[in-house]
Design a protein. Structure first.
Length: 328
């Protein structure tokens, strides 16, 4: 599979944030220093959230509803994550994030209707059939739906670039829905968890890779919300190289990765175990076995629904729990 095809999978299956993420790439064409991002300790204080009928979000998008939205359709997993934190169930979704046991679990999640058309092309008529008073989608993917939804419902395009923006979106949705106390509580839990993780930071070198076959990508701060947390947890010397950049197996070997996290992606959702696992595919490369993390049995397959797609406070909290446990 080509790296371009891999990027399509990542954007569809992982729905990552900054437009095009290609093998550890961003959109600027210039490298950004992942080590320098988020310096210092996270402030655990939470400002009060005030209920509102109109908000202007972290990206300058204004969203207004006549009353607190209750029938919400999620076209991006961040929406499902935020609703779970606020104690709301979407009337329809195109994500499987809610099946995770830390969300609703498989049985309850199966009761929620799926939006036909998949992540890239959700069907407008199907969305509107659920009579939503709010639809939340990814800006660079679902923004094209805005004209078709106009007048029938409120559409909110989101595009988080880091954990702070994810928190800001949660606060805005808490204000719109009137679930301010739950929003404050969820933010407080996440901030405390992140501060504890910072306090346990290790000097081990870590890496998040994603892919579906022998081609792979490197998740980098600035392009990937989850990767943006990792300089707080460990040495994470991976930087965005622009849309045509890539990391080779030789470069990864040279940086002596101690702990490696692998996201196996597929068009049908997360691939099951066995030979479908990315780590098993990469074992065909003779350099793979020479990476310290591989030699020492410290390669961990992780759930891409949470690690790549979630990007909200609950998903990121799960990432922190899993990552800090493996980085000891």
């Amino acid at each position: 599979m080509s790296r371009r095809a891999l990027t399509t999978i990542r954007r569809w299956a992982a729905a990552l944030v900054m437009g095009t993420l290609l093998v550890g790439c961003g959109t600027t064409g210039q490298e950004t220093d992942g080590e320098g991002e988020d310096a210092g300790t996270t402030d655990i204080r939470v400002k009060p959230i005030t209920a509102a009928r109109k908000i202007t979000d972290t990206r300058g998008v204004t969203v207004a509803t006549d009353r607190p939205p209750r029938r919400i359709v999620c076209l991006v997993a961040l929406c499902d994550d935020m609703l779970a934190e606020l104690g709301v169930t979407p009337v329809a979704t195109n994500s499987t994030l809610l099946a995770h046991p830390e969300f609703l679990g498989e049985r309850k999640a199966a009761r929620i209707p799926a939006v036909p058309g998949g992540f890239l092309s959700p069907e407008t008529e199907a969305i509107l059939s659920h009579r939503p008073d709010l639809v939340i989608g990814l800006e660079d993917t679902h923004g094209k739906l805005a004209p078709a939804l106009k007048g029938a419902t409120v559409f909110w395009p989101v595009q988080p670039g880091d954990w702070r923006e994810s928190v800001a979106y949660l606060r805005d949705l808490a204000a719109l829905t009137g679930r301010t106390e739950r929003g404050e509580a969820a933010e407080a839990v996440f901030r405390r968890k992140l501060a504890r993780a910072e306090g346990a930071r290790t000097e081990l070198t870590s890496l998040i890779i994603f892919g579906s076959d022998e081609n792979f990508g490197v998740a980098t701060p600035g392009d990937d919300v989850t990767a943006g947390l990792f300089p707080k947890l460990s040495r994470y010397p991976w930087r965005s190289r622009g849309v045509q950049g890539s990391y080779s197996m030789e470069e990864i070997l040279a940086r002596e990765v101690d702990v490696l996290f692998a996201e196996t992606l597929s068009f049908g959702g997360p691939a099951d175990g066995g030979d479908a696992r990315l780590s098993r595919k990469l074992a065909k490369n003779p350099l793979w076995s020479r990476i310290p993390a591989v030699r020492n049995g410290r390669v961990h397959e992780v759930d891409p629904e949470v690690w790549a797609k979630g990007r909200g406070t609950r998903s990121l909290g799960i990432v922190l729990d899993e990552a800090t446990a493996k980085l000891k």
